[in-house]
Design a protein around this ligand. Structure first.
Ligand code: ADP
Ligand code: MG
Length: 674
């Protein structure tokens, strides 16, 4: 029998097939995952001073003077209009499409609400507030999970507490003791329904952060335990690599690049398959090395596959590849590829007609039977999970594998992740690169600064502007967003074509904007961090980051790496947010003074968030739900050590860990580690 916590979320009351699908899509695969969806913030319903702070969400008591219901059946619209006062101040309130609230409102003189006051001229207005019941205490507010609304998520979580069968702790007893963690369900209860707002939740959360690290590390430890060197089956002959390179590359490789090629060559002509990670700062020239690797494979009659995490990245690589692999049949396969095209490509991969395929994750998900796949490149590996790596590995059975990463992961951490990979490192930049000048600006010169930016764009320079948010957020009230700044930029950049990119727009649209920027039809690209990974616009020279202190160090470094890729002098301008913390200032100082990504990574490690907006999804590290390696490096390394011990422990009793290990074994069984 599957333990409660390891069961599918389907067993929770209210989770039907439809919700299950969404949950699974967001990697909520069991009850434990779901209960690890912690509140984004809490509302303390008892806390109100009735002082109106425009634009800020808070609890207010509103005295109702009058109310009316407006309905338009044809447009399926209803509005409850309320006029009343907060303290002595007149305020209007509108509640959309909740006609059933009318009864409650008619019966009350006063409402306790959570919402924000907007000032429109002399009028003060609240739209769609959350109506609070009088003594709810502290209410957790959850982030939506995809299309599952916050309220539904809250219901699921409440049901987990009702349905729980006093299952065992998810962690083995000896670890709970060692780390002095509080009891399992008690801790969860404190996080999901705290009784007071000043509970020290950070400390309580640590057990779950640790657990997430541990589960992640179990898989790595398992692979490491099982995988070893794989005897090479496909033989290579690379007699004159210099000539191959000369024929395809029109610049001099740097000495580190040459060394990496040497490493690859000796792997390919050695006794075991290549399992190598290519480590190098942004812009250090990793792509060319992975192309050379693929070229070796093709020259020896094998096929290659190149994977990148995003649509934009892979398209860009494919374009460069088209130039590089002259006369070699290559193809691209992404989420955008039409079904018929996809079919054709898959069939041509099967027959061997296509020699190299470029793709996003969709390559992993498709059932592709290659003719003779031998060389696999996974670009910007940090975005991939270990499981995917294994899946791919399986596909190219006994293939040679190269993963590349610019994520400036500190060495210690890198080794804990990729103990089974050999490392090649590109430390020096290609010749002729000018250092990027980084400047921290003051808010009061904003207008002046952007008119200068406009002037430079008009003269032909390409500009990135990065904002932390797509639209305004309750949680990060004082930060700028694409939406909030659009009017400002429209005014500032009148007459200069600019484009906007966010994760919200469709991939096709995104590609179009990106293409225009690349071609110079757009000179200014305003975006969220979607441009973070790998984008290569050689002639971009200006990077502006708004609310820069709210980004993580590695993220800032990655963003800065989008400029200074050609031979023109480039600049990175940082605008601090209006409520900068000490850690935030420290981050900006480090970025200004340090240009080496790996040095920055070392500094990043152990630097607590301090209001860092980047959730772990965005951090450029691994995809953890609640954990962040940068914030808890010690816990991470401890978990890594504990995981290794656990998989070797024959006396292990904990059913959850046992179950986890069984799953890992099942998943990896198909892979022939020999
Ligand atoms: P990354 O390591 O971040 O993936 P890229 O491979 O995209 O970097 O390389 C950045 C840019 O530098 C590319 O335009 C590439 O063509 C160029 N480049 C790479 N190696 C050299 C070199 N040895 N000399 C000059 N330019 C180079
Ligand atoms: Mg790259």
């Amino acid at each position: 029998m599957i333990p409660f916590l390891d069961s599918s979320p389907r067993i929770i009351k209210g989770v039907g097939e439809k919700y299950l699908k969404i949950l699974n899509r967001y990697r909520y695969n069991n009850v434990y995952d779901l209960i690890n969806h912690f509140p984004e913030y809490y509302i303390d319903t008892s806390e109100t001073d009735n002082i109106i702070e425009p634009g800020i969400e808070k609890v207010y008591l509103i005295d109702i003077k009058s109310s009316s219901l407006y309905r338009n059946y044809r447009r399926r619209l209803s509005i409850i209009n309320i006029s009343g006062t907060i303290g002595e101040v007149p305020v209007d309130m509108a509640i959309f499409n909740k006609p059933y609230m009318m009864e409650l409102i008619r019966a009350s003189d006063q409402l306790r609400i959570y919402g924000k006051v907007l000032v429109k001229g002399i009028q003060k207005k609240i739209e769609n507030p959350r109506i609070l019941k009088s003594e709810e205490g502290i209410i957790p507010v959850y982030k939506n999970i995809g299309a599952i609304r916050s309220g539904a998520v809250k219901n699921f979580i409440e049901h987990i507490f009702v349905q729980k069968d006093n299952s065992n702790d998810i962690l083995p007893e000896h670890l709970v003791k060692e780390y002095k963690f509080e009891p399992f369900w008690d801790s969860l209860e404190k996080i999901h329904s705290p009784i007071s707002s000043d509970l020290k939740l950070e400390k309580i959360k640590e057990r779950f952060i640790y657990t997430e690290f541990l589960f992640f590390q179990l898989e790595i430890a398992y692979i490491r335990e099982k995988s070893g060197k794989i005897i090479r089956e496909r033989k290579y002959s690379i007699s004159d690599p210099e000539k191959i390179i000369r024929d395809h590359v029109n610049f001099q490789l740097t000495s580190d690049q040459k060394k990496s090629v040497e490493n690859i060559k000796s792997d390919l002509t050695g006794d075991f398959t290549m399992q190598r990670i290519l480590l190098g700062d942004v812009g250090s020239g990793k792509t060319i090395i992975s192309f050379i690797f693929l070229l070796f494979a093709v020259k020896n009659g094998y096929q290659g596959a190149f994977l990148a995490p995003t649509e934009i990245l892979i398209s860009q690589h494919f374009e460069n590849a088209a130039r590089f692999f002259k006369g070699i049949n290559i193809a691209i396969l992404t989420g955008n590829t039409s079904a018929s095209e996809r079919k054709k490509i898959i069939s041509n991969l099967n027959s061997g007609k296509i020699r190299i395929v470029f793709g996003t994750h969709s390559l992993i998900n498709d059932k592709i039977i290659f003719n003779n796949l031998s060389a696999i490149v996974i670009d910007e590996q940090h975005r991939f999970g270990v499981a995917q790596r294994a899946a791919l590995f399986y596909k190219g059975e006994k293939a040679d594998l190269m993963v590349t990463t610019a994520t400036p992961i500190p060495r210690t951490l890198l080794l804990s992740l990729y103990k089974d990979l050999d490392v090649s490192e590109i430390r020096s930049m290609p010749k002729g690169r000018l250092p990027i000048e980084t400047l921290i600006l003051k808010q009061d010169i904003r207008e002046q600064f952007y008119s200068e930016v406009k002037r430079r764009a008009e003269e032909g320079e390409k500009v990135f502007i990065v904002l932390p948010l797509i639209s305004a957020s309750n949680r990060f009230r004082n930060l700028r967003s694409l939406e909030s700044e659009t009017p400002f930029f429209k005014r500032m950049f009148k007459g200069v074509p600019f484009g906007m990119l966010s994760g919200k727009i469709s991939p096709e649209e995104r590609n179009t904007v990106f293409r225009k920027f690349s071609d110079g039809d757009i000179r200014i690209l305003i975006s969220t961090t979607v441009i973070e990974v790998g984008i290569d616009i050689r002639d971009a020279t200006i990077m502006v980051i708004e609310d820069a202190d709210k980004f993580g160090l590695s993220q800032l470094h990655q963003l800065r790496g989008r400029v200074g890729r050609g031979d023109k002098k480039s600049f990175c301008y940082l605008f601090p947010s209006s409520r900068i913390t000490d850690t935030g200032s420290e981050r900006l100082r480090i970025i200004k003074e340090t240009s080496n990504g790996f040095e920055i990574a070392e500094k990043d490690l152990g630097m607590r968030g301090g209001g860092n907006i980047a959730g772990t999804e965005q951090s450029g590290y691994l995809d953890f739900r609640i954990s962040d390696i940068r914030e808890y490096p010690e816990l991470y390394f401890k978990a890594s050590r504990d995981a290794s011990a656990l998989i070797k422990d024959n006396t292990l009793q904990n059913i959850h860990i046992k179950h986890k290990l069984e799953l890992i074994e099942k998943r990896l069984k198909k892979i022939s580690f020999s």
